[in-house]
Design a protein around this ligand. Structure first.
Ligand SMILES: [Zn+2]
Length: 239
C-alpha cells in the first residue's frame, strides 16, 4: 500500500485541475478545435473533478472513497444531490444540468481515441459553463468568486512579454466567453451563430459577477437587440 502524502489529491488539487480542463474546453471551443476526441472527452472530465473537489471539501466522500468511485459522473452527481440542499432556483436550469450529466456520462474514457458519441451543441455548452461555474462558486464561496474572474483569477494565463496588455490570450478569451454566457445567457456556435437562452429561465445570479465590459455591445446598449454582426465582431476581437 502506498500512503505517500503526495499521492493524495486535495480538494484544491482537484479544483485546480478542473479549472485547467474548463479553461481548455473554452479556448479550444473559441478557436474551433471542437469535433475531435480531446475536446469531447474533457467535458465529463471537468465535471468529474469539480464534483470530486466539492465532495471532498464538504466531507461527503473521503479521498479513499473517491478513488474507488472511478469515473462515473452519474454516481458522483447522485452523491452530490443526495447529500446537499444546494440547487438553483430555476427548475429548467436544474433539468438542463440533470440532462447534461446523463449525456456526459455516456462519454467514456476510451473516447480519447476516437470521436465522442455525444455532440456538444451550443445549448449543452451553455449548461456545461453554468454548471462548472456554479461548482466554482460553491467550492470557493461567493466573495472569492465575485472578486475574481468567475473564480479563475489565480489561474495561470501567461501573457507574451511583448503583448500590448498584461493579459494572456487565454484570459481574454475566457473573460469574453464567460461574460456572454454568465452575464447575458448567450453562447456562440463555432460557425458564429448566437444561441440566446431565455434569460429569466436559465440564468442565475450566483454565477454572475455583474461585470460590465466597457466595449460590450449588450452592456452598452439600450436594452434592444444588438445586431448579430456587431456581436460576432466584438466576440472575435481580442485587442
Ligand atoms: Zn456585456
Amino acid at each position: 500500500m502506498n500512503n505517500r502524502q503526495e499521492d493524495i489529491e486535495t480538494w484544491q488539487d482537484l479544483l485546480f485541475t478542473a479549472n485547467n480542463d474548463f479553461t481548455s474546453v473554452l479556448i479550444l471551443g473559441y478557436t474551433g478545435i471542437m469535433p475531435v476526441s480531446t475536446h469531447g472527452w474533457m467535458f465529463p472530465h471537468t465535471l468529474e473533478k469539480y464534483l470530486k473537489s466539492y465532495l471532498l471539501k464538504n466531507n461527503i466522500m473521503t479521498n479513499k472513497q473517491l478513488r474507488k468511485s472511478g469515473h462515473s459522473l452519474k454516481f458522483l452527481w447522485k452523491k452530490y444531490t443526495d447529500n446537499t440542499n444546494v440547487s438553483t432556483t430555476k427548475p429548467l436550469l436544474n433539468k438542463g444540468f440533470n440532462e447534461l450529466i446523463e449525456e456526459l456520462d455516456e462519454i467514456k474514457t476510451n473516447s480519447r481515441y476516437k470521436l465522442p458519441s455525444t455532440v456538444m451543441t451550443d445549448r449543452k455548452i451553455y449548461f456545461y459553463i453554468v454548471l462548472c461555474s456554479f461548482f466554482r462558486y460553491l467550492i470557493i464561496g461567493k466573495i472569492k468568486y465575485r472578486a475574481s474572474l468567475y473564480g479563475l483569477e489565480n489561474h495561470p494565463f501567461f501573457p507574451m512579454s511583448y503583448m500590448p496588455t498584461n493579459y494572456g490570450y487565454g484570459e481574454l478569451i475566457v473573460r469574453k466567453m464567460l461574460h456572454f454566457t454568465l452575464e447575458h445567457a448567450i453562447t456562440f456556435t463555432v460557425m458564429g451563430s448566437l444561441n440566446s437562452m431565455p434569460f429569466d429561465d436559465y440564468s442565475i445570479s450566483n454565477t454572475s459577477i455583474f461585470e460590465r465590459l466597457d466595449d460590450c455591445p449588450i452592456c452598452n446598449g439600450d436594452g434592444s437587440s444588438v445586431a448579430h454582426l456587431d456581436m460576432v465582431k466584438y466576440y472575435r476581437k481580442l485587442f
